[in-house]
Design a binder for this molecule. Structure first.
Ligand SMILES: NC(=O)c1ccc[n+]([C@@H]2O[C@H](COP(=O)([O-])OP(=O)(O)OC[C@H]3O[C@@H](n4cnc5c(N)ncnc54)[C@H](OP(=O)(O)O)[C@@H]3O)[C@@H](O)[C@H]2O)c1
Length: 304
């Protein structure tokens, strides 16, 4: 199937990845329908079935999720609705309308005891409610729909939205010293790059032989760091604009207690994804440079 025949339905269109999909999908598909939560609540089975029957997408990209990792520890029902029931509804509706589904998932399905990048078929063992609900969502998609891709990603950020980069910039703007966790290893990944990966995959999955691409894949930027390493890289670039550079004190997870446990190591092996879908990828530092440039350019434009 070429772009002229492709109709895409994007859910969660106001999230970090959703906004990037909304920006990038036109031109890559004949028709793009991007719905935020107000336009389509994926937890509502009837609404999902009706929307998919009406839009008749060739591919649905599910960027909607309950992503509040710590809040999930005391909101299991909400996490389940967004992360298991929602994807199950989308997969059932896709099956009924002969559509394919790209469902975004997370590195938090792993427990982080691994010592080399996780492969897609490594055993899952999520540590917290968020990871458990996402893992249940993956199973729901696999059970209901053959023509699916589950794309696990990690440490998502953008110049917009709610994310670690923006938190560091907000706090670092006024503070000279920040304590940041240095014993969790992963790969900061721009939402824009994940959106591009989804669009590459959509082109493959939409074809009449789309089922041969079905399965679970990983996509993160190249390389790895810790949250403290990420913070230092953010401040190194911000210092060019601010004329000052906050210092980062490296601490352990035990020194920064939060409700949800996180994997200590969640670097993802992306080799099969790159080989199968020819998805572009850049080192995490290059992605950060692009997102920080966009962030500071927006600030500058808003001033003028
Ligand atoms: N953020 C990360 O670091 C990270 C890491 C690994 C994987 N992921 C995965 O990547 C995907 C995209 O994440 P993101 O960072 O773009 O998340 P995000 O910015 O939090 O966006 C998620 C969007 O989904 C919407 N949503 C929540 N429940 C919904 C529902 N029932 N129906 C429709 N929309 C709903 C949210 O709307 P409201 O704003 O109204 O709630 C929000 O706009 C998710 O699958 C997430 O699990 C994220």
């Amino acid at each position: 199937m070429n772009a002229d025949d492709l109709t895409l339905l994007v859910t969660g269109a106001n999230g970090q990845v959703g906004q990037e999909l909304r920006r990038r999908a036109p031109g890559r598909a004949q028709n793009v329908v991007a719905l935020d939560r107000a336009g389509l609540d994926i937890g509502d089975a009837d609404a999902v079935a009706a929307a998919v029957a009406k839009i008749r997408p060739s591919v649905i990209i599910n960027a909607a999720a309950y992503t509040a990792v710590d809040q999930a520890e005391s909101a299991a029902a909400e996490a389940d609705r967004g992360n298991r029931i929602g994807p199950a509804n989308l997969a059932a509706a896709a099956a009924a309308q002969n559509a394919a589904l790209i469902h975004i998932s997370t590195d938090y399905v792993f427990d982080g005891r691994g010592k080399r990048p996780y492969r897609a078929d490594d055993p899952v063992s999520p540590l917290g409610i968020y990871g458990q609900s996402k893992e249940a969502g993956e199973r729901a998609v696999r059970d209901a729909l053959a023509r699916h891709v589950i794309l696990r990603t990690a440490w998502v950020y953008a110049a917009h939205g709610s994310n670690f980069m923006r938190t560091m910039l907000r706090v670092g703007h006024t503070r000279d010293e920040l304590k940041v966790v240095d014993d969790q290893h992963g790969t900061p990944t721009p939402a824009a790059d994940i959106a591009e990966a989804c669009l590459s995959i959509a082109g493959h999955l939409a074809g009449s032989d789309g089922e041969k691409f079905a399965g679970t894949y990983h996509y993160v930027a190249e390389g790895e760091t810790t949250w403290a390493g990420f913070a230092e890289a953010i401040f190194e670039r911000a210092a060019v604009v601010w004329g000052r550079r906050p210092s980062v004190t490296r601490i352990t997870s035990a020194e920064y207690p939060v409700p949800a446990p996180r994997p200590a190591y969640s670097v993802l092996d992306c080799a099969p994804t790159l080989a199968t879908f020819k998805t572009p990828r850049q080192p995490w530092q290059a992605g950060l440079e692009a997102e920080l440039s966009a962030f500071f350019a927006t600030l500058e434009n808003n001033k003028g």
